[in-house]
Write a protein that binds this ligand. Structure first.
Ligand code: DP6
Length: 351
């Protein structure tokens, strides 16, 4: 029900400044393919990261002609400004005051700029949080739980995966029978009491294989799913993977978790390769690292595995436990060499 997110039409705008912080997330079951109005074609689930974050400040000046200026790490970003301006116009149905002033947005990421780490999730998450703060201070105060839900709803309209960044732990976006309360409009927390402790204390070390701009944006990639020969099969498979994952999470079956998560990552990239036109976002280093992970696992039996985003970087996943040190030293001594400028972001998930 979209209506619950439409703010009341009597509001009192004022000059106001707000700020917020939002984390990035990494999907285990991928969102790849969507319908009109940012409705996902299948449910997805992600881990919210701890250290990869965006911090955003918005200065709103009431009554000035509507405009948006964005500064990223102190540098004026014209293309972001245009993107955010368009986004603000798009959410005016829900925030009736949004075009009644001028915005100066300053934003910083804790991870290196243009590193290929998805900053749109944490970026739109932080902006959506700021918008909800403005909305609250211009209208009626809202319950904190509803504020987060509304921020997730608004973040989704900026970038689908961003809606999952509003919550900690394991987060689900997309209506699925397997999870009561799940929705296509916003994300919800996956119940921690249905998750085995082995999945609650996890490492995600991101190996930066290629720092530059991606050849094909996620938004374009999603649109190529529209005429994709495998689209329907993929959407059905993702639903099946979601229900399989629920059992895995409950039972603590790490081996099956590894199989499923890696299969999801490779499926995402296989879908890209089978799009028309085809595209490949993995680089040579991505494949080399995958091979090294597989042989390490075969030789040692240790639980090091990977997932991929829509890019070349490899997320190295491993649970925190007695064997963690061996995995960490393998990464540093053997895998770091494949990264660009030896860049490794050591993130983690705790809930
Ligand atoms: C591969 O959320 O970036 O990271 O909704 O068009 O902004 P838009 O796409 P985006 O797509 C993310 C795709 C993904 C998988 C995922 O995070 O689920």
């Amino acid at each position: 029900m979209e209506e619950e997110f439409i703010s009341c039409s009597s509001y009192h705008i004022k000059n106001h400044q707000v700020s917020s912080v939002c984390s990035s997330n990494i999907a285990l079951i991928k969102y790849w393919g969507k319908y009109k109005n940012q409705i996902p074609a299948n449910p997805s689930i992600s881990y919210t990261l701890d250290r990869c974050r965006t911090q955003t400040n918005i200065e709103f000046t009431k009554g000035a002609p509507f405009s948006v200026k964005v500064f990223l790490s102190g540098k004026r970003e014209v293309s972001f400004s245009e993107k955010i301006e368009k986004y603000f116009r798009g959410v005016s149905r829900y925030l009736p005051w949004v075009e009644e002033g001028r915005y100066v947005i300053t934003t910083e990421n804790t991870f290196p700029h243009s590193s290929g780490i998805a900053s749109s999730a944490s970026g739109f998450g932080a902006i959506a949080k700021c918008l909800v703060q403005l909305d609250t201070s211009f209208g009626q105060p809202q319950e904190p739980a509803f504020e987060t839900k509304k921020a997730s709803f608004l973040a989704r309209l900026g970038s689908g995966s961003a809606c999952r960044s509003l919550y900690k732990g394991l987060v689900v976006w997309g209506k699925t029978e397997g999870l009561a309360g799940s929705s296509d409009l916003y994300a919800v927390v996956y119940p921690p009491d249905k998750v085995h402790p082995v999945f609650k204390n996890f490492n995600d070390w991101v190996l930066l294989i290629h720092k530059g701009q991606k050849m094909v944006s996620s938004t374009l990639g999603h649109s190529l799913m529209e005429n994709h020969p495998y689209a329907e099969i993929r959407f059905t498979q993702a639903c099946k993977n979601f229900s399989d994952l629920q059992k895995i999470l409950l039972e603590g079956d790490i081996k099956e978790f590894i199989r499923l998560v890696e299969h999801e990552a490779l499926t995402l990239h296989a879908l890209m390769m089978m799009s028309r036109p085809a595209f490949i976002l993995m680089k040579r280093g991505t494949l080399e690292v995958i091979e090294r992970i597989w042989s390490f696992r075969k030789e040692t039996g240790l639980d090091l595995f990977f997932t991929l985003d829509a890019g070349a970087n490899v997320h190295l996943l491993f649970p925190e436990g007695p064997e963690t040190e061996k995995i960490k030293s393998f990464i540093v001594s053997e895998l770091l060499a494949y990264s660009q400028d030896h860049t490794l972001i050591k993130d983690e998930i705790n809930f």
